[in-house]
Design a protein around this ligand. Structure first.
Ligand SMILES: Cc1cc2nc3c(=O)[nH]c(=O)nc-3n(C[C@H](O)[C@H](O)[C@H](O)COP(=O)(O)OP(=O)(O)OC[C@H]3O[C@@H](n4cnc5c(N)ncnc54)[C@H](O)[C@@H]3O)c2cc1C
Length: 428
């Protein structure tokens, strides 16, 4: 590959903080709020103009992994606080007590409130583009914005970018996943009662719709509840693209619905996915409008501004959580929380602190969908409530490390567990 050499230059240090959180999705919000509430001077850097990541801009609105198979809630803390706030202001659709869907726009505002009330310094419209590293320790990040290239120094950084951008830039080892990339949407004008009647009266025909629309090159348009479903507004979860090859769209990986081969850190793949998914959604909407009872008046209200990336880098931690552990009901002394697991025989999965601490690198913790898990387990970890749970743990740990001047790998997990419990987290 041809290269150029950039001239070296001085860049301004615009802030020096205890905790720097890169990425303001579910994990980043919880991390920043936890760190600031823990007394750390905290700044959160987010590339877009709002918080929430896939749970707002990505129009991913169902709270998965929040309840275990017995229907008991297993995540509390900042995630549950956000849910309670949404419930209080009409931003929550409770299909059943264990089936919760949020309003994307109200969640943006709840996230603003949580952060500003806690005293988090917000830097929106700012990309974290590089890590500052000294002796294998992250000491800050380089940010880019309309103001150019600037540095922020930190005692501890929480990587909540979803893609492990900071840890990777700093040289951390990582595993890489290429699950299907989707693009969610909101629609209006759906009469779901009419569609349900059709499903009841013609179950075979209703079941066949998905394969019919896929055969035409379109995406199925399944309607999921929003708080505004009484006026026909629903969100649609798009399974998405497995690869660039037309032949590999639907049944390419029959053993795993989510399997794919597009890289979410390849800008050409992301560009392809945006355009191709918009094309397929248009075909899907047209098909449903013409053929599916309840969808005659369906209108596209919004395409997600944020592409539906399920998986990419997972920063290799001191402990990599595995599917085998889940199936064996593994218990961890340093557990920082649980997720309602979906595959094993137990009721929930415990997550150890060590899965957030990079194998070799210091000064940084991972959180959300880029923590250390194997391919078999990412499904149970990457969903929104567990991402907020690991975010809260990372932010709490970062504040404790900054306060006591210890490295994340040397933090006493019992101290962390005590603080998490005091802050309303649910621990095994
Ligand atoms: C199509 C699809 C459907 C899904 N369905 C469900 C579902 O039904 N229920 C469920 O619970 N979960 C679902 N998920 C999973 C869930 O939405 C995500 O895994 C979860 O939001 C991850 O949270 P996160 O905070 O780790 O990352 P993200 O939500 O990806 O947030 C990362 C944040 O960091 C920002 N960022 C990234 N890089 C940088 C950078 N370098 N500098 C500054 N900012 C940066 C991003 O803009 C974003 O705000 C789905 C995911 C997809 C893609």
């Amino acid at each position: 590959m041809l290269t150029i050499t950039e001239p070296s230059r001085d860049i301004p240090i615009v802030d020096q903080v205890d905790v720097l959180v890169a990425g303001g999705g579910p994990a980043g919000i919880a991390a920043a709020v936890a760190a600031a509430r823990g007394g750390a001077r905290t700044v959160l850097v987010e590339r877009y103009g709002y918080l929430g990541g896939l749970a707002t801009g990505g129009l991913v609105l169902f709270m998965d992994g929040l309840f275990d198979r017995r229907g008991e809630r297993c995540i509390g803390g900042i995630h549950w606080e956000a849910i309670e706030r949404l419930r209080a202001n009409g931003g929550l659709a409770e299909v059943r007590p264990t089936n919760l869907h949020v309003d994307s726009e109200m969640l943006k505002m709840v996230a603003d409130d949580l952060c500003t009330e806690a005293g988090v310094g917000l830097r929106l419209h700012s990309w974290a583009v590089d890590a500052l590293v000294q002796d294998d320790r992250v000491t800050g990040v380089v940010v880019e914005s309309k103001a150019g290239r600037q540095a922020i120094l930190s005692r501890v950084c929480v990587d909540a970018t979803g893609d492990g951008d900071i840890a990777a830039r700093a040289g951390a080892a990582y595993d890489f996943g290429t699950m299907r990339i989707g693009l969610n949407l909101k629609v209006g004008g759906v009469d779901r009662d009419a569609f349900r009647r059709y499903q009841k009266e013609h179950p075979e025909r209703a079941r066949a719709l998905r394969s019919e629309v896929r055969a035409l090159g379109g995406c199925p348009i399944g309607a999921n509840a929003t708080p505004h479903s009484d006026i026909g507004v629903y969100w649609v979860n798009i399974l998405g693209l497995a690869s660039r090859s037309a032949g590999k769209t639907v049944d390419a990986f029959p053993d795993d619905t989510f399997a794919g081969e597009l890289s979410a850190i390849d800008v050409n793949a992301l560009t392809y996915a945006e355009i191709e998914l918009r094309r397929r959604i248009t075909i899907g909407l047209d098909f449903y409008r013409r053929n599916v009872p309840g969808y005659r008046n369906v209108r596209l209200l919004a395409l997600a501004g944020q592409l539906g990336v399920r998986d990419s880098r997972r920063v290799r931690g001191i402990h990599k959580l595995t599917r085998e552990e889940l199936e064996g009901g593994a218990q961890f002394e340093d557990a920082i929380g649980m997720t309602g697991e979906m595959f094993g025989s137990g009721d929930h999965l415990q997550v150890p602190y060590r899965a957030l601490v990079p194998e070799t690198l210091d000064g940084v913790l991972s959180s959300g969908r880029c923590i250390s898990v194997d391919d078999g387990l990412i499904h149970a970890i990457r969903v929104i409530p567990p991402c907020m749970m690991t975010g809260q743990a990372a932010g709490t740990a970062a504040a404790l490390c900054a306060e006591t001047d210890v490295l994340p790998r040397d933090l006493d997990p019992m101290l962390l567990r005590q603080q998490l419990a005091a802050d309303g987290a649910m621990l095994p």
